[in-house]
Design a protein around this ligand. Structure first.
Ligand code: S3P
Length: 455
């Protein structure tokens, strides 16, 4: 039996208390990279707490179509593997039989494009309507500089599908115009398949999961300030990995708890990589009391987060924080609407090229719920403290918009209906189960456990 009903609509009502402890599913960024590096490695890798979401399962299938094999050990019922063995290709990828489906995932497509740029065979990457409208020039430009032969076949110029022809790559030093971990990772992966040292210079610090993954697979990859360099021709040594809980998924519950005076929430085994934890600093500035206990730091720091709610106050997101919390901005905007005073979210133009234009979709939905928001080309200013009212919300197929407004619904007068919630499965299978437990004010860890099957 699939305990998760089809989720095209979620209905949410206000709650009066939140006191719970549980774990969120594995990190999306780390799971993509575990699939890719595991598939390149010279042996068998046991991956624990893999995120069985559509995005990551697509990357796993992509690696299978390129010659890697995997055996599922444990599966989240109705979704995909949470524990698996990946048998690597020793860097010898084989031509896929058909075009590779990246679904909704910008990370999947951009990282795979880097991987495929220097192969001896032709390949094609495609995705859904949202992914086919997102800019790919940001990766095709540096990859072309390395000698890759790539075509963007989309109706929209510079967009997917991507056709990648056989090429021999040369190393480059690439100064990235946007702070993007996806672009950085695409160039570094291409660099692994070229001769010589490839470097990327980032305008500001972006998530460093690729660099940490290189270390786990004993690949030399050097970080010197904002410059990351990788020598080509290395062989990833197979290893076992445990994927931390996704702090971007934890963010929804952290905001729910932060904005509810008297609440207490303990989230276990969350990834606490410092390039991802700015959300904690922001909620702290807004008035929540937060503590973290680190209990594992092999590769990726992992720990437990305890948060106590308060009456929140507005804040200003710092320019250098933006890449660190880019995925959390829709739910931070919800926190801002619940806080007293103004919250300034600027320098966040990148939000316009995510799964949706997240400036527009966030502002539009906040206004529907009665919030006072000003929209800017690069962000928004939220004049918080107006009571939220239930509304009919459109996700526009964007998982983070759907989940952010489910959280808003926990604070609104009347019922909030979120339309188009199947997209949540791209990053958080089981979200509806956790929301249900929170809505019914359940407190025990057992109430939140997602059912898995041993294979
Ligand atoms: C990701 C990087 C970020 C983030 C995305 C995941 C990654 O995108 O928004 O959800 O895994 O590298 P950009 O690097 O394009 O900002």
């Amino acid at each position: 039996m699939n305990i998760f009903p089809p989720m095209s609509t979620l209905r949410v009502k206000a709650i009066t208390s939140l006191n719970a402890e549980f774990s969120v599913p594995g990190d999306k960024s780390v799971s993509h990279r575990a699939a890719i590096f595991g598939g390149l490695s010279n042996g068998t890798c046991e991956i624990t707490n893999f995120l069985p979401s559509e995005d990551c399962v697509n990357t796993l299938k992509a690696m299978r179509s390129l010659g890697a094999r995997f055996d599922v050990i444990e599966e989240l019922e109705g979704y995909g593997p949470v524990k698996l063995l990946i048998h690597g290709t020793s860097m010898k990828l084989t031509a896929p039989e058909s075009p590779i489906d990246c679904g909704n995932s910008g990370t999947g497509m951009r990282l795979l494009a880097g991987l495929l740029a220097g192969q001896e065979f032709t390949s094609e990457l495609f995705g859904d309507a949202s992914l086919s409208s997102r800019p790919m020039g940001r990766i095709t430009t540096p990859l072309a500089e390395m000698g890759a032969k790539m075509e963007t076949l989309g109706e929209k110029p510079g967009c997917a599908p991507l056709k990648i022809h056989p090429s021999k790559l040369k190393p480059i030093t690439y100064e990235m115009p946007v702070a993007s971990a996806q672009v950085k990772s695409a160039v570094l992966l291409a660099g692994l398949f070229s001769e010589g040292i490839t470097s990327v210079i980032q305008p500001s610090i972006t998530r460093d999961h690729t660099e940490r993954m290189c270390a786990a697979f004993q690949l030399s990859c050097r970080t010197d300030g904002n410059k990351i360099s990788i020598p080509g021709g290395q062989m990833p040594e197979s290893c076992d990995l445990t994927v931390p809980g996704d702090i971007s998924s934890a963010a929804f519950w952290l905001v729910a708890a932060a904005a509810m005076d008297g609440s207490r929430l303990l989230l276990k085994d969350v990834g606490l990589n410092p390039t991802r934890t700015a959300i904690l600093a922001v909620l702290g500035r807004m008035g929540a009391s937060i503590s973290e206990i680190y209990h594992n730091s092999s590769g990726e720091p992992i720990g437990n987060i305890t948060i106590h709610g308060a009456e929140l106050k507005g804040t200003t997101l710092l320019e250098e924080e933006i890449p660190n919390l880019i995925d959390e901005i829709p739910v931070i905007a919800v926190a801002a609407a619940l806080a007293e005073g103004d919250t300034h979210i600027r320098n966040a133009r990148e939000l316009r090229v995510k799964e949706t234009d997240r400036i527009t979709t966030t502002v539009e939905n906040l206004r529907k719920m009665g919030a006072d928001v000003e929209e800017f080309e690069d962000g928004m200013v939220i004049h918080g403290g107006k009571p939220l009212k239930g509304a009919s919300i459109e996700s526009h197929g964007d998982h983070r918009i759907a989940m952010a407004f489910a959280i808003a619904g926990l604070f609104a007068k009347g019922e909030t209906v979120i339309n188009g919630t199947d997209c949540i499965n791209t990053s958080y299978p089981g979200f509806a189960h956790h929301l249900d437990a929170i809505r019914h004010e359940r407190t025990k860890a057992e109430d939140f456990i997602l059912p898995t099957i041993l294979k």
